[in-house]
Write a protein that binds this ligand. Structure first.
Ligand code: PLP
Length: 451
């Protein structure tokens, strides 16, 4: 079987540095990593694992020895902090009411209240909700809905984006890792490049010119594919690249002009991460907003879509016929999480603390030539490591070495595209946490040979 493992999703579990990290772990941890690897199907990113956790709380994860790590990844669920006490309380109260599930054809008050809340807090014009267990399924619902509404069947999305696992989500996703080796994907899935102001193929720096070229390429595809149902993208890419407002305004106009729906995947960015409750608030309102991860409060698997009133026209179909569509435990967790984010001003915190962290990282960039670029918004930041500032060759090995060094210093993160440090901590972090991130990165950078 072909053994190539792509670096698109970041660090992988088969590298020499991962082996070295494993070797220095204690015997009990090694035992459980071994047992995990013995019983789970192996996958490039999740089995074998890196470490074993005993607790996840607030912005932290803890290993079996009780060592604390500030988790800058959290799979995106820890916006309001892991094991959020309010979310736990809400779920326990819901369990105590003996209403943990609602069979289809019935509803329950927590599910209705959460749907109503989402209509209230999402941008004006998004008024109808559909829930499902996971983000990949929510993407599927959004795309299926767009195809029904428009009567068209093609999609346009972005290379290198991750929108989930499964045939539809991986088809609109732009990573080879998830879409090859299992036969034909969903047909009609076209892709373009996401605007990139640091790494564009022309070496340009001027934002307007870069936008124009990416928009020109996108328009060429639209002109030749009248069957396009939707454009699907994350408002800010996961790397992250923050597009100009002009870019998304123009895409919004093209969607209206060509009769397509604009679908924003905010499974990572929703609920405050970018310093606005929803990342689309920096740009334009989509026709479908896809939410997940933090929606379940880090306790329950939950996701969904919020869309326009005028698209409530599929009464004769079921595009989201999921068993846990109106699960009251998930709804209770979601409601408590949204309230917690509001009550603790976590959106403002993401903007303020994120701005502080960004300044510190930009200052590091001035000192260390390995840092080619720092980009992002709020607490959604990427640090692009390069071997050479002018060629921008990706510093894969150095990035991995920094990751394991920081891990030992109690700062956990994942890489994306093999060389970009992703910083997406809980929105509860403080400036002191940021200082500890910077200190660990500095130490790691200093520890590299030749720096
Ligand atoms: C941007 C984005 N979209 C979709 C998904 C898929 O969500 P889920 O893992 O809940 O299916 C993810 C998960 O990482 C994601 O980051």
């Amino acid at each position: 079987m072909k053994q190539h493992i792509s670096l698109e999703q970041g660090d992988i579990n088969a590298s020499a540095l991962r082996k070295a990290y494993f070797e220095q772990l204690d015997e009990q941890t090694k035992y459980w990593i071994g047992e995990d690897a013995r019983y789970f199907l192996h996958q490039a990113l999740s089995t074998p694992v890196m470490n074993v956790l005993s607790k996840t709380e607030g912005p932290y994860i803890y290993d079996l020895n009780g060592k604390q790590y500030l988790d800058l990844h959290g799979n995106g669920v820890h916006g309001a902090g892991f094991s959020n006490p309010e979310a736990i309380k809400a779920v326990i109260e819901q369990l105590q009411q003996s209403l943990a599930f609602t069979p289809r054809r019935y509803t329950n008050i927590p599910a209705v209240q959460l749907a109503k809340k989402l209509v209230e807090v999402t941008p004006e014009g998004l008024d109808r909700v559909l829930f499902c267990p996971g983000g990949s399924e929510a993407i599927e619902m959004a795309v299926m809905m767009a195809k029904h509404i428009t009567g068209k069947w093609k999609t346009l999305s972005y290379w290198d984006a991750y929108h989930g696992t499964g045939f539809q989500a991986a088809s609109v996703g732009g990573e080879e890792h998830f879409s090859t080796g299992h036969g034909p994907m969903v047909p009609g899935a076209f892709h373009v490049e996401f605007p990139n102001y640091y790494r564009n193929p022309w070496g340009w720096k001027e934002e307007t010119a870069i936008d124009e070229e990416y928009l020109r390429q996108l328009t060429v595809i639209l002109q030749r594919n009248p069957d396009m149902a939707a454009i699907i993208g994350e408002p800010i890419s996961s790397t992250p690249v923050v597009p100009s407002r002009n870019y998304w305004t123009r895409v919004r106009e093209l969607c209206d002009q060509y009769g397509m729906l604009l679908i924003f995947d905010e499974i990572i960015e929703g609920f405050g991460r970018t310093g606005k409750l929803f990342a689309c608030e920096h740009f334009v309102t989509p026709d479908v907003l896809v939410l997940g991860k933090a929606l379940g409060g880090g306790l329950m698997p939950f996701a969904g879509i919020v869309t326009r009133e005028k698209y409530n026209v599929l009464q004769h179909r079921s595009i989201g016929h999921f068993t846990h569509e109106k699960n009251p435990l998930c709804a209770a967790a979601g409601m408590a999480t949204i309230d917690y984010i509001a009550d603790h001003a976590l959106v403002d915190n993401a903007a303020n603390v994120g701005g502080y962290l960004m300044d510190q990282l930009l200052a590091l960039k001035e000192i260390y030539p390995l840092i080619g670029n720092v980009a992002g918004k709020g607490l959604h930041i990427g640090v692009d490591l390069v071997k050479d500032q002018s060629t921008k060759e990706r510093a894969h090995r150095e990035a991995e070495a920094i990751m394991y060094h920081c891990m030992n210093e109690g700062i956990a993160f994942k890489l994306i595209e093999g060389n970009i440090i992703t910083i997406r901590p809980s929105l509860t972090i403080t400036k002191d946490h940021c200082d500890s991130i910077i200190a660990a990165l500095k130490n790691a950078l200093e520890s590299l040979p030749g720096y």
